[in-house]
Design a binder for this molecule. Structure first.
Ligand SMILES: Nc1ncnc2c1ncn2[C@@H]1O[C@H](COP(=O)(O)OP(=O)(O)OP(=O)(O)O)[C@@H](O)[C@H]1O
Ligand SMILES: O=P(O)(O)OC[C@H]1O[C@](O)(CO)[C@@H](O)[C@@H]1O
Ligand SMILES: [Mg+2]
Length: 541
């Protein structure tokens, strides 16, 4: 463990915001440590709160950062703890030490000083860099067993594995900590104040992991912070498990801020969910592998259809609003795809180096081809040609035009106009089919680890964090790190190069553009491919 010798933290955004240096109890080391609570202004693209409309207008929330500096450039970006604002909370021995299943584990409790490195590829003299607190059970817990009243809510779009996470939170709380009071909030955030609740017991959730969707229902929009926290307070809930994507984690962050402002003993835990894999820092999100696997069925169908007919073209549209991970991984897995188009890599249709030229060449060489397109790809081309009004969903997410239909029509029109070759195009749109299914075996295991890590964190009194694997080890990540940006495919990384060399498609980039992207991306803190590659390692809580 590095020495907790703090150096002065900087004020990241506004000089008018104070940086209180707090002498506080460090629950991890059981000894007093000096933390620097760095306050910073978060620019939420969409807004929380009590404002009208989707989520109201733009708002800057303030998040505290608990930064611990150690030797050799070691930095711990720690998560909040209930004792930060309720210093006199009593502790209790973790009941796991008496649990017959767990007591056999040699070193069951994680070392209090364990942290997980964000960067694992290092050189001899590199600084040790950013670390996150390691997830897992602690020897002391901050809740008595019959005191815990937990709730679970699922928000945003569907994703394989939602029911597994719900099941494992309920069963984990029950089996590991003897907790019997768990409420399911129906219909997403608005369910806290506008819908019913379901009592969740191990019996109720026993089989739900075999079903797609979420037994709790979900929604977009409707995040009214004060009403949600009123409901938490009125119901006497003291552990809130929030499962959802980037928008949901922003919502969880403001709920945590409000709970802390009110001084409530309530742990707020985010569990990242998104098949788009657009959440940063974590290796990958649950359900992603399942979605990629299911996408293979559509790609196979497109391949069979296209190769059975002269100049056959199969077009498959996959999900991925701002990030093309599903399309990229489905393409790499399949090897039948000739072209993959994603939001991060702009493309063009006409002229030398364009898509039409490539299609023509591929059909001449091979007689058929398969194109995979992410739903968010080429949106700028669509809005140019369609000039429609921009619309948003209830959460404020931009509603996309159907790029699959559009590109299919464009390809057909092009070849009809050229009169050089008759093509046969089949368009397959499996978008909702890949996310409405139950999670596969490996995602099920992953969901279990996420749920267990979340429970251990809440029981240990940590709050205001999202749980997830970082380089294969589960960690507690402060909300501000999760919501500050989206995870995107880095097109100057090796993974995208692998894809280009597997499909042989043009990069659609001129050399100047490549150089610009490289400069842009060297400033990014962490390359995405590192994380997805690390994610293939065994996930250990
Ligand atoms: N900035 C924000 N502040 C507070 N709540 C938010 C914010 N952004 C989104 N939310 C709320 O979070 C919930 C889910 O958001 P959203 O619909 O964007 O889905 P998501 O969690 O990003 O999941 P996905 O995009 O993967 O489907 C909604 O109820 C929305 O009101
Ligand atoms: O139609 P819905 O439920 O709003 O969800 C669509 C969006 O949800 C996601 O699956 C996850 O964000 C996106 O890929 C997709 O654009
Ligand atoms: Mg989202």
């Amino acid at each position: 463990m590095p020495t907790v010798s703090s150096t002065t933290s900087t004020i990241s955004s506004s000089a008018s915001i104070s940086t209180p240096k707090v002498r506080c109890f460090d629950p991890a080391t059981s000894s007093p440590a000096t933390f620097h609570h760095r306050r910073r202004s978060m620019n939420h693209s969409k807004c929380s709160s009590d404002s009208p409309g989707a989520n109201g207008g733009a708002m800057a929330a303030i998040a505290d950062q608990k930064i611990v500096n150690g030797e050799a450039g070691y930095v711990l970006e720690d998560v909040p703890h209930l004792t930060d604002y309720l210093p006199d909370l009593p502790t209790y021995p973790d009941p796991l030490q008496d649990n017959p299943s767990y007591s056999v584990v040699k070193q069951y409790f994680v070392n209090m000083d364990d942290t997980v490195a964000q960067k694992i590829v290092v050189q001899k003299n590199s600084p040790r860099g950013t670390h996150f607190r390691r997830a897992g059970p602690r020897q002391k817990v901050y809740f008595e067993l019959d005191e815990v009243h937990a709730c679970i809510v699922t928000c945003g779009g569907l994703c394989p594995g939602l029911n597994t996470v719900i099941r494992e939170i309920v069963c984990g709380l029950h089996h590991m900590y003897g907790v019997n009071r768990v409420l399911g909030i129906e219909g997403g955030y608005r369910g806290f104040y506008a819908r019913n609740t379901i009592t969740l017991t191990p019996k109720v959730v026993n089989d739900i992991h075999k079903r797609g969707g979420t037994i709790l229902g979900t929604s977009r929009g409707g995040h009214i912070t004060s009403k949600i926290v009123d409901s938490i307070e009125d119901r006497g809930i003291n552990q809130v498990y929030i499962i959802g994507g980037d928008g949901t984690q922003k919502g969880a962050s403001v709920i945590f801020e409000e709970i802390r402002r009110r001084g409530l003993k309530v742990a707020v835990v985010g569990i990242p969910k998104t098949i788009d894999n657009d959440i940063p820092v974590i290796d990958k999100s649950f359900g992603f592998d399942t979605a990629v696997e299911e996408a293979q069925r559509a790609i196979n169908a497109a391949h069979v259809e296209s190769e059975s007919i002269e100049n056959g073209i199969g077009v498959v549209k996959l999900m991925g609003r701002d990030s093309g991970f599903i399309a990229m991984h489905a393409t790499l897995a399949s090897r039948d795809v000739d072209c993959c188009l994603i939001p991060e890599s702009p493309f063009y249709l006409e002229g030398p180096g364009g898509l039409f030229e490539y299609i023509e060449r591929r059909l001449k060489e091979n007689g058929h081809m398969v194109i995979v397109i992410a739903e968010g790809a080429g949106q700028e081309l669509l809005s140019e040609s369609m000039r429609t009004m921009e619309q948003a969903d209830a959460s404020g997410n931009k509603l996309l035009q159907d790029v699959g239909l559009w590109i299919s029509q464009k390809i057909k029109d092009h070849f009809a106009r050229m009169q050089k070759m008759a093509i046969n195009l089949k368009y397959i749109d499996p978008t909702y089919m890949i996310r409405a299914i139950p999670s596969n075996a490996s995602d099920n295991v992953y969901c279990t680890l996420l749920a267990h890590s979340a429970i251990h964190g809440a029981m240990a009194g940590y709050t205001g964090f999202t749980v997830g694997p970082v380089n294969g080890r589960h960690a507690y990540i402060p909300f501000y790190r999760i919501i500050e940006r989206q995870n995107k495919v880095v097109i100057t990384d090796r993974m995208w190069a692998r894809l280009l060399s597997s499909t042989n498609q043009p990069s659609f980039l001129d050399p100047k553009e490549v150089a610009r992207k490289k400069t842009e991306e060297t400033q990014e803190p962490k390359a995405s491919h590192d994380r997805l590659e690390a994610a293939t390692a065994v996930l250990i809580v």
